[in-house]
Design a protein around this ligand. Structure first.
Ligand SMILES: NCc1[nH]cc(CCC(=O)O)c1CC(=O)O
Length: 523
C-alpha cells in the first residue's frame, strides 16, 4: 500500500510523523511524508487570535479530508475533544512518557531553583501548578517550538517546563534535569500520546491503522479527555489528569487549580464505566461546574470562573468618595479604636490622599470586620489589633470588644449597616460614624442580564446596597440568593429574596464554601 502522510514542518511534527511512518513501513506499507504549511506556522500573530492550537491541526486535516493525503499524526493533547467531521482517530499508539520535565540551568531540580528564578511556560496549567509548589518562583509566559524555548535556558530564563515525550522524540532527553512527579505537575490530558487520523470512510486505512492502536493507552487518554470535557475545562484551563489502564480497571488522578489552591481527585473503576468515572472526577475537582451565577464585578468573579461556574457580572452600585477631611479631623481627637468595616473604606481613604500609617495616632487600636478588610489595612501599612475570632461582620467584631467606655471611630458608608454601631453602643462605647463614601444604585441593568435574571442558579449579594438596587431594577423575587455575610443576608431577606445560603467569611473561600454546601444540599 502506498500511503501519503500529511505533516507539519516543525521538528516535533516531523519526528512524530517519522515514528508512525516507520511503524507502518514495518507493517509492509510504503509511506511518503507530505509537508503541509499551516497558518500557525506562517503567521506571527498571537495563537489566540488565529483560533488557538486548532490552526495547526486544521490544515493537515484538510489535506486528509480533500484526499490529497491518507492520514495525519497529531499530538493528542493538542486535539479538541469534539470529533472532526469526516475523520476518525483510527489509532492511538502506546504512550510515550506522560510527565512534564524541568530543563534548568546548573542542573537544578524544582526544589533547588533559587527563589525568584524565572521559569518559562505558556501553559496556564503548568503556571498554576508551579505557583502551588514554588510560589517564590517567577513564571515567564513564553511561546514557540521546543527548541526555541529550550534555547532560552541559561540566557533570560533559569528553567522551562516541557513535555518529556516531545523532548524524548526530538532526541533532547539530555536537557532534562528533573522528571516532575504528578503531585507537583499533573500533565495535560493525553500528554505523550499520538493520534493517527484518517477519513472515516477509508476502511482499508482504518484496518491497517488498527494494528498500531494500543487499547490501554486509548482507554486512559479517552478518560482524561472525558474528564476535561466534564469539568468544562478548555485547553486554557489549569486542569491536569493522568489515567492508567490496568487489567480491566482504569485509575485517574486529576487536578484543577482554582486560584487560591487546587482540588485533586483520584478515582478507580472498571473500564466499562469510564463515562461515570469522568463525571465523578469532574464533580470532585469542580463541584460548582456549570452553576449559573450573577455577581457584582470584583476578584470574586475570577475565583468563581476558576471554579468553572458560568459567571455573569453586573454592577448594581457605584461608589462615590466623599471628602476625607471629617475623617482626618476626627483623628485629632485621638479615638481609642478605629473600626474598619470594608476594604472599600480603606481604598477610598488611601485614594483620597490619607496616609493611614502615619496619620492615625500611635495609641489608637485598629479593628477590622474580616480578613479582606484586614488585608487591605495591612497593605496600607497598619497593624490590625482587633478582628473577630469567629466569622466576620459587624456583630462578630463587636463581640471581641471589651466593654466601654471609650471612643470608636467607624469610617464607612453614608448609610452604614447599623449592627456594629448598635452592638458597641449597647456595651458602653461612644460611637462616632464618619461617612467617607456614598453608595449609589446604578440606573439600569444590562439587557442580557435582565433577560437571564430569572434563570440564574444563584445571585451573590455582596452588600445590602446591592440587594436594594437589584430589587428596584429587576423583577422580584429574583433568583435564589447567596449572601456574603449575615448583614447582606438579612437585608436581602427583608427585600423579599429567597436567601438559600450565607458565607460566614466575607471572602472568596467563604463564598465558595457556601456555594459548595448549597450544591451538596441540592443533589
Ligand atoms: N503544546 C505543544 C506540544 N504538543 C505536544 C507536545 C509534546 C508531545 C506530547 O505531549 O505528546 C508539545 C510540547 C510541550 O508541551 O512541551
Amino acid at each position: 500500500m502506498q500511503i501519503r502522510l500529511a505533516t507539519r514542518g516543525s521538528r516535533l511534527a516531523l519526528a512524530q510523523s517519522g515514528l508512525i511512518a516507520d511503524a507502518l513501513r514495518n507493517l509492509g506499507a510504503e509511506v511518503e511524508l507530505v509537508r503541509v504549511r499551516t497558518l500557525g506556522d506562517v503567521s506571527t500573530a498571537p495563537l489566540s487570535s488565529l483560533g488557538g492550537v486548532g490552526v495547526f491541526v486544521a490544515a493537515v486535516r484538510e489535506a486528509v479530508l480533500a484526499g490529497d493525503c491518507d492520514l495525519a499524526v497529531h499530538s493528542l493533547k493538542d486535539l479538541p475533544t469534539r470529533p472532526a467531521e469526516g475523520l476518525t482517530i483510527a489509532a492511538i499508539p502506546e504512550r510515550e512518557d506522560a510527565r512534564d520535565a524541568l530543563c534548568a540551568r546548573n542542573n537544578f531540580t524544582l526544589d533547588a531553583l533559587p527563589a525568584g528564578s524565572w521559569v518559562g511556560t505558556g501553559s496556564p496549567r503548568r503556571a498554576a501548578q508551579l505557583a502551588l509548589t514554588r510560589p517564590d518562583l517567577r513564571v515567564a509566559d513564553i511561546r514557540g517550538n521546543v527548541d526555541t524555548r529550550l534555547a532560552r535556558v541559561g540566557k533570560d530564563l533559569d528553567a522551562v517546563v516541557l513535555a518529556a515525550a516531545g523532548l524524548h522524540r526530538l532526541g533532547l532527553a539530555g536537557a532534562i534535569t528533573q522528571y516532575l512527579g504528578t503531585l507537583d505537575m499533573m500533565p495535560a490530558p493525553a500528554q505523550g500520546a499520538l493520534a493517527i487520523e484518517c477519513r472515516s470512510d477509508d476502511l482499508p486505512m482504518i484496518e491497517l491503522l488498527a494494528r498500531l492502536d494500543d487499547p490501554g493507552t486509548r482507554a486512559a487518554v479517552e478518560l482524561e479527555r472525558a474528564a476535561m470535557r466534564a469539568v468544562e475545562a478548555g485547553c486554557a484551563a489549569p486542569f491536569g489528569a493522568l489515567a492508567r489502564a490496568n487489567l480491566g480497571d482504569l485509575s485517574i488522578h486529576a487536578v484543577l487549580a482554582t486560584g487560591a489552591g487546587a482540588r485533586r481527585s483520584i478515582v478507580v473503576g472498571p473500564i466499562a464505566s469510564a463515562d461515570e468515572l469522568a463525571l465523578r472526577v469532574a464533580a470532585e475537582v469542580a463541584p460548582l461546574r456549570g452553576l449559573r451565577v450573577l455577581i457584582p464585578p470584583s476578584g470574586l468573579a475570577d475565583v468563581l470562573e476558576a471554579e468553572r461556574t458560568t459567571v455573569n457580572t453586573q454592577a448594581f452600585t457605584v461608589t462615590e468618595p466623599l471628602a476625607v477631611r471629617p475623617f482626618v479631623q476626627a483623628l485629632t481627637e485621638a479615638p481609642d479604636v478605629i473600626a474598619f468595616t470594608s476594604a472599600r473604606t480603606v481604598r477610598v481613604l488611601t485614594e483620597g490622599g490619607v496616609d493611614l500609617a502615619t496619620e492615625i495616632p500611635l495609641g489608637t487600636t485598629i479593628a477590622a470586620v474580616g480578613d479582606a478588610t484586614a488585608a487591605a489595612l495591612r497593605e496600607a501599612g497598619l497593624r490590625v489589633g482587633l478582628k473577630p475570632t469567629n466569622g466576620s461582620g459587624g456583630a462578630a467584631l463587636a463581640g471581641v470588644f471589651a466593654d466601654g467606655p471609650g471612643t470608636v471611630l467607624i469610617p464607612g458608608a453614608a448609610d452604614p449597616a447599623p449592627d456594629l454601631a448598635e452592638a458597641l453602643a449597647a456595651r458602653g462605647w461612644n460611637v462616632v460614624p464618619v461617612p467617607v463614601y456614598r453608595t449609589m444604585p446604578v440606573t439600569s441593568v444590562d439587557a442580557t442580564i435582565a433577560d437571564a435574571w430569572p434563570d440564574y442558579d444563584v445571585f451573590v449579594v455582596t452588600a445590602p446596597s446591592v440587594a436594594r438596587a437589584a430589587s428596584e431594577l429587576l423583577d422580584m423575587p429574583g433568583p435564589p440568593v447567596v449572601a456574603l455575610g449575615a448583614t447582606s443576608a438579612a437585608a436581602a431577606a427583608a427585600l423579599g429574596f429567597d436567601v438559600v445560603g450565607t458565607a460566614t467569611e466575607a471572602t472568596a473561600a467563604g463564598l465558595v464554601d457556601a456555594l459548595v454546601a448549597l450544591r451538596k444540599e441540592q443533589s
